[in-house]
Write a protein that binds this ligand. Sequence first.
Ligand code: C5J
Length: 220
Amino acid sequence: MIEVKAAPFPYKLDPAHTALVVIDMQRDFVEHGGFGESLGNDVTRLQAIIPTVSDLIALFRAKGWPILHTRESHLPDLSDCPPAKRNRGDVSQRIGDAGPMGRLLVRGEPGNAIVDACAPAPGEMVLDKPGKGMFCHTDCEAMLQAAGITHLVFAGVTTEVCVQTSMREANDRGYECLLVTDATESYFPQFKSAAIEMLTAQGAIVGWATPFSTLKEAVG
Ligand code: C5J
């Protein structure tokens, strides 16, 4: 076990059974003209973490540890997008509508791609998920079990939506979860800090949190 300084107390990382989960680093959330901006958000906040996420991915690649990339995406016929998700916000464009990067949040469209700096390498796991959480209507659990994973290090966007939901789902399924605080971001700074506090409160009720530099120093 590698001990990583973290909040609320040190995290024990099992190097033989740990995967990095990079949540939804897609053009749709971080670039102009995508789904995130269609909801009225300032996407430049999310762009700022791209170098750190990229460094984190490089660290896992250097270690030979597995990486799972997720994409929030829907089938072209939107059969996996319930009205309870699509009919949200007072917006001119909704999931499935045409935007400057293709149909918003639809699988295979240019905007649905992961940004180049964080793009999956051949052999890395890629998971399309129609919900916020990575276990909802996906093969996630089977993929992780097949790879023998028990510990998950989380990065990506947005902290309080898809990252938090996925981390909670993972913890409920028995995974030991660590969030890298400067490799995740929200459109709302107060939501990011509140999410980190909620996840780590009550003795790591969902998991642990630490900055990238601390994780890097610990794993060497
Ligand atoms: C959102 C996400 N915010 N990846 N998705 O709708 O957090």
